[in-house]
Design a protein around this ligand. Structure first.
Ligand SMILES: [Fe+2]
Length: 276
């Protein structure tokens, strides 16, 4: 199963530039790249911060842009989003019985679980009793079938003094049930605007830096520095029967000088396309 993860789109006003980038243009390029290279993906998951301010017009612009995406998609809110505006613009994007943007996608081999950890008006994430009860019920229904969790906030301290206080609050309230059910194979999140991988409570996780700027790598101090690094999305390959998960980062706008591996000869970009 191939899944695409796109995170932290931060769509604002048309024509606006954030940290030197036009995020509308960037989203359009990302969608075009996915359509050319990964139209066979089962699903494209947007792990939150879909918009910069949660304004209705930003969701309308997002909906218009996603009209071009050849892959079915699922949207999760991040701290920059406004739940009611998201739901109003995307009435087909599933919600749970309590109105949270949570849902499950089940196949013969696995279940994908999409969590809503937005607390309106706050940067930190939370999972209240209702959302955790929903998750517990889905994991119980899965009855041991491999499960994969997608969310916005990290449920793990990453060693980043600027970002760690802004993560999911009380992460053990999530991690303890995940561990107890024993079938969660990976947690995918965004929010931190960096590419990070590791394990927590014995469960592998990965974060994707996404379409916005990248936060500076600062392990020894808080930092407000944003780097205009190339945007990226993730290609996730899941083979549940063989207990295999692979996450590839795709820097879809990056262009480097290219060479033939065999002869060392520098190639023109057109020649690369011909070889591909
Ligand atoms: Fe973000």
């Amino acid at each position: 199963m191939k899944i695409i993860q796109v995170t932290d789109v931060h769509l604002g006003r048309q024509g606006e530039r954030r940290y030197g980038a036009d995020l509308h243009q960037r989203l359009a390029s990302c969608i075009a790249h996915i359509n050319v290279h990964h139209a066979d993906a089962a699903l494209c998951v947007f792990t939150g911060d879909l918009t910069e301010t949660g304004a209705p017009e930003s969701y309308a612009a997002l909906r218009a842009a996603l009209g071009a995406l050849a892959v079915p998609y699922r949207l999760l809110p991040g701290n920059h989003d406004r739940r009611s505006n998201l739901i109003a613009a995307f009435p087909d994007n599933p919600v749970d019985d309590n109105g949270f943007v949570q849902s499950a996608h089940e196949t013969d081999d696995e279940v994908l679980l999409f969590l809503d950890c937005l607390t309106e008006g706050r940067i930190e994430g939370e999972l209240c009793e209702g959302r955790l009860a929903w998750l517990d019920a889905r994991l119980a229904e899965a009855a041991g079938k491999p499960a994969y969790v997608f969310m916005h906030h990290p449920p793990v301290e990453l060693g980043l003094p600027q970002l760690d206080p802004l993560a999911l609050e009380q992460p053990r309230r999530l991690l303890d049930p995940l561990k107890r059910h024993g079938n969660v194979r990976h947690i995918f999140f965004g929010h931190v605007h960096r590419d990070i991988a590791g394990t927590v409570a014995g469960i592998p996780f990965s974060a994707q830096r996404g379409l916005h700027g990248r936060f500076e790598l600062a392990l020894d101090r808080p930092s407000e520095i944003v780097e205009q690094a190339p945007p990226s999305y993730a290609i996730i390959l899941i083979d549940s029967a063989n207990e295999r998960v692979v996450v590839h980062g795709c820097d879809f706008l990056e262009q480097w000088p290219v060479y033939c591996a065999e002869t060392g000869e520098r190639l023109a970009p057109d020649a690369v396309r011909a070889i591909a």
